[in-house]
Design a protein around this ligand. Structure first.
Ligand SMILES: *Cc1c(COP(=O)(O)O)cnc(C)c1O
Length: 401
């Protein structure tokens, strides 16, 4: 026992509180969806900040699949995969994930965080190099740290800098370029066509974390490789089941067969962490079946996104251009007052019945404060009307419009 540690922790928390950086959690009453109730608040609010891109989190087909799986396969596995934690269901899902992503094979993890933590160390050693985008997800940063390969950080989506670093790393045995498929703060898509061209020219491998894309980016929702026209040219894909694919939890790595086979033998979060809950595997399988049958949901998400972006632009808001359902509403015109403005704006929107999150320094650079809206296929035209109206009303009252 050393009570000094709790005092140090309390001091650290107080510092965060004073800087306005304390992250708060608001309990939602009932299931996730386009309309939610927040504990302690009367009435429903419209949810515009979930990763529930396709509206599958509360989809009756997935809930039914989860129920069926629960009765057939039980609740928990109480084992890692290689002891007694593998059911036919897990193999079925791995096959389905690989097929959906157009890869040879796939391997399941408890989360995409674990997939990224466990992908580098087994595949690369001290004689190799990893070239990673500066804005890659925290789990990629941590995964790279666990690996002995030399790390080269290239400036965000900067192909000249990436090429420079490929040249610097020319003496390495293998070089792996790693990027998020879609970056979560701006909703911008990695330039995979150029990345794959550079990889081919310099004989490098490509890994894409498609967590914010699997299920809806690309004409049939296969993700950023389809969106960018590089299907079949990405060596390793990691993704999550915790966003568009029902949103419960779980992740996967899809790659060539030998790569996946090696991960099964050596990847530590796979070997030493519990097997994916059958309920999650069964419902995710159903999600992938639904998405393979029809593009209806991703089509609706695409049109909802287009409508929201067009109407917000017409209303006079500054939004980051793009095609992704992550729509950042910027306040750069008001710098240096953009941060408190974004904060006040988000609070006023909640009063108007719209739940969104404001992001400001140091989460994003100074002058780039924003409200990050996330559109869903589950939003109805009336939801979108309501959101644009609320943004406009608050925008006028705060002098933004
Ligand atoms: C959300 C996210 C993750 C983490 O996924 P989990 O399955 O929730 O662990 C990893 N990478 C990226 C790019 C993400 O957006």
């Amino acid at each position: 026992m050393d009570p000094r540690h709790s005092e140090a922790a309390a001091a650290e928390l107080q510092k965060l509180r004073e800087q306005g950086l304390l992250r708060e959690e608001w309990p939602i009453v009932g299931p996730q969806g386009p309309e939610i109730r927040v504990e302690g608040r009367a009435g429903a609010v419209l949810n515009f900040c979930a990763n529930n891109y396709l509206g599958l989190s509360g989809h009756p087909e997935l809930v039914a699949a989860a129920h069926r799986t629960l009765y057939t396969w039980g609740y928990g596995m109480s084992s890692v995969r290689f002891i007694c934690g593998t059911q036919r269901l897990h193999w079925d899902l791995e096959r389905k994930v690989a097929e959906f992503l157009g890869m040879e094979d796939a391997i399941l993890y408890a989360a995409c965080f674990d997939a990224n933590a466990g992908v580098f160390e087994p595949l690369l050693g001290a004689e190799d190099a990893i070239l990673t985008d500066r804005l890659n997800h925290a789990s990629i940063i941590d995964g790279v740290r666990l690996c002995k390969a030399t790390r080269f950080v290239y400036e965000h989506a900067d192909m000249a800098d990436l090429e420079k670093k490929l040249v610097e790393a020319a003496s390495s045995r293998f070089r792996l370029i790693v990027t998020d498929g879609v970056f979560s703060m701006d909703g911008d898509v990695a330039p995979l066509d150029q990345i794959c061209a550079l990889a081919d020219r310099h004989r490098a491998l490509v890994m894409v974390d498609d967590s914010h894309a699997t299920g809806f980016m690309g004409r049939t929702g296969r993700g950023t490789p389809e969106h960018c026209g590089v299907t079949g040219r990405v060596d390793i894909l990691t993704t999550t089941f915790g966003k568009a694919l029902g949103g419960a939890m779980g992740g996967a790595i899809a790659a060539r067969k030998e790569t996946v086979d090696l991960l099964r033998q050596r990847s530590r979060p796979y070997l030493f962490s519990n097997s994916l809950a059958p309920v999650v595997a069964g419902a995710t399988l159903r999600a992938l079946e639904l998405l393979a049958q029809t593009t209806e949901l991703r089509d609706r998400l695409e049109s909802n996104t287009r409508v929201f972006r067009e109407r917000m632009t017409a209303a006079g808001f500054e939004i980051r251009p793009g095609v992704h359902p992550i729509v950042p509403i910027m306040f750069s015109r008001f710098t240096p007052d953009d941060a408190p403005l974004a904060q006040r704006f988000a609070r006023a929107l909640l009063e108007a019945g719209i739940y969104v999150k404001g992001f400001f320094f140091p989460v994003v650079p100074r002058g780039l404060s924003r409200i990050r809206v996330q559109v869903s296929a589950a939003h109805t035209p009336a939801h979108i009307d309501h959101a644009v109206e609320a943004f406009t009303k608050v925008g006028r009252s705060l002098g933004v419009l």
